[in-house]
Ligand binder design. Structure first.
Ligand SMILES: *Cc1c(COP(=O)(O)O)cnc(C)c1O
Length: 392
């Protein structure tokens, strides 16, 4: 059976060039990078090189890049770190209703255990945050604003430069979760004017279990993991040397291939959407209609009268991997907070699927997928108790 992977926003395969760079760091270059003898120094060189590669992907200085265990840790660190660092200045954080759970659940934790007050900004029906709404939400107690660069479910590209300018005008620190943005849109932290930015290797063809936080030079923030002096005393724990080296290589490939990656993703995403519209009726595109304002590989589609879960399972039986684009992917039946925030009607939310193409996706993969999808949708609609075209 053909296998088609269309869930690149969940994770990506590790590119062979990346694996090749990593292997020696498990075998020959196994020294602890903190050790002062030659094998340690060689491992340290690997870290230094990778830090430069990751910095280059986002236009940062290498001293501003701190490796973490994942994107989630980078998000947790900045929220908890700034809540602690600036506790005498205020207790208010502003974020949005469509953030990843790594942000939302950390905010809920800070509210429950650290007395923080959180404002969750609304978004419009395509998922955009308004700079004006942000400005209106800032108070003299606001210490941090955290708004994602690209939404992981509906692909919305937020106007980060404008939003960061509002934060700067009011002297408030600005963080962006760029886990979906890195390697998919050009990023220059200096041009964007952000103070912090989170990334993760496994979303850019690197290994799982390694992420990074960009922290602009000069900003004070305590460690999140306490212990040794690694990462310039900011993130303790013996470094995941091979993971970091793999992240570095993945970042370099992402930077060098950015234009061709974007062009390939956009072409196949457009083809997928054209084919779906040609072969299946009663479909609805969620997120920005203007494809220039969305993640180049993301397509989020609702199929009326049927359950996304059922579509996922039947496509899986045909060898095709997609996501329901909601928390359902975790096995729970919670509805997607993102689709709810953009006011997708409840019964339609349930019939939503997220497709994300990637570097290894081919046109034949899309043809195979849309063929299977048309059959699956037809089968499920025949079984659906509510089929009937009124109300769509
Ligand atoms: C995947 C993802 C994360 C979490 O990154 P991990 O490295 O898997 O912990 C955070 N934010 C967004 C937007 C993501 O897509």
């Amino acid at each position: 059976m053909r296998e088609v992977y269309l869930d690149y926003s969940a994770t990506t395969p590790v590119k062979e060039e990346v694996v090749r760079e990593m292997i020696p760091y498990y075998t020959e270059v196994y020294g602890n990078p903190s050790s002062l003898y030659a094998p340690g120094l060689r491992a340290k060189e690997g870290l230094t090189n990778a830090r430069q590669q990751v910095a280059d992907l986002i236009g940062a200085n290498p001293a501003e890049v701190f490796f973490t265990s994942c994107g989630t840790e980078a998000d947790n660190w900045v929220l908890e770190g700034i809540a602690d660092q600036l506790k005498d200045k205020g207790n208010h954080i502003i974020t949005t209703k469509i953030e990843h759970h790594a942000i939302i659940h950390t905010c809920m934790y800070l509210q429950k255990y650290h007395g923080m007050e959180i404002t969750y900004l609304d978004v419009d029906e395509e998922g955009f945050v308004s700079p004006e709404d942000l400005e209106n939400a800032i108070t003299d107690k606001t210490i941090l604003i955290s708004i994602m660069m690209v939404n992981n479910e509906i692909g919305t590209l937020e106007p980060i430069k404008e939003l960061a300018a509002v934060a700067k005008k009011h002297g408030v620190l600005f963080h962006t979760d760029a886990v979906q943005a890195a390697g998919n849109v050009p990023i220059d932290v200096k041009d964007l004017g952000v103070d912090f930015l989170s990334m993760s290797a496994h979303k850019i063809y690197g290994p799982k279990g390694i992420g990074a936080l960009y922290k602009r030079k000069g900003i004070m923030m305590p460690s999140f993991i306490h212990g040794g002096a690694q990462e310039n005393r900011k993130r303790a724990g013996t470094e995941n040397t091979a993971g970091i080296v793999g992240f570095g290589k993945a970042a370099e490939l992402a930077r060098v291939n950015l234009d061709s990656h974007i062009a390939h993703s956009r072409e196949l995403r457009q083809y997928l959407w054209d084919q779906i519209q040609a072969k299946i009726d009663l479909v609805r595109l969620n997120g920005p209609k203007d494809f220039d304002k969305r993640h180049p590989a993301n397509l989020n589609v609702s199929f009326n009268y049927i359950e996304g879960e059922s579509i996922l399972l039947l496509l899986d039986a045909a060898g095709i991997s997609v996501s329901t684009g909601s928390a359902c992917s975790s096995g729970s039946l919670d509805i997607s907070h993102v689709l709810a925030a953009i006011q997708v009607p409840m019964e339609i939310i349930n019939g939503t699927v997220r497709f994300t193409v990637g570097d290894f996706t081919t046109k034949e993969d899309i043809d195979y997928t849309v063929d299977a999808l048309a059959k699956v949708v037809d089968t499920l609609r025949k079984l659906s108790p509510v089929t009937g075209k009124e109300g769509w």
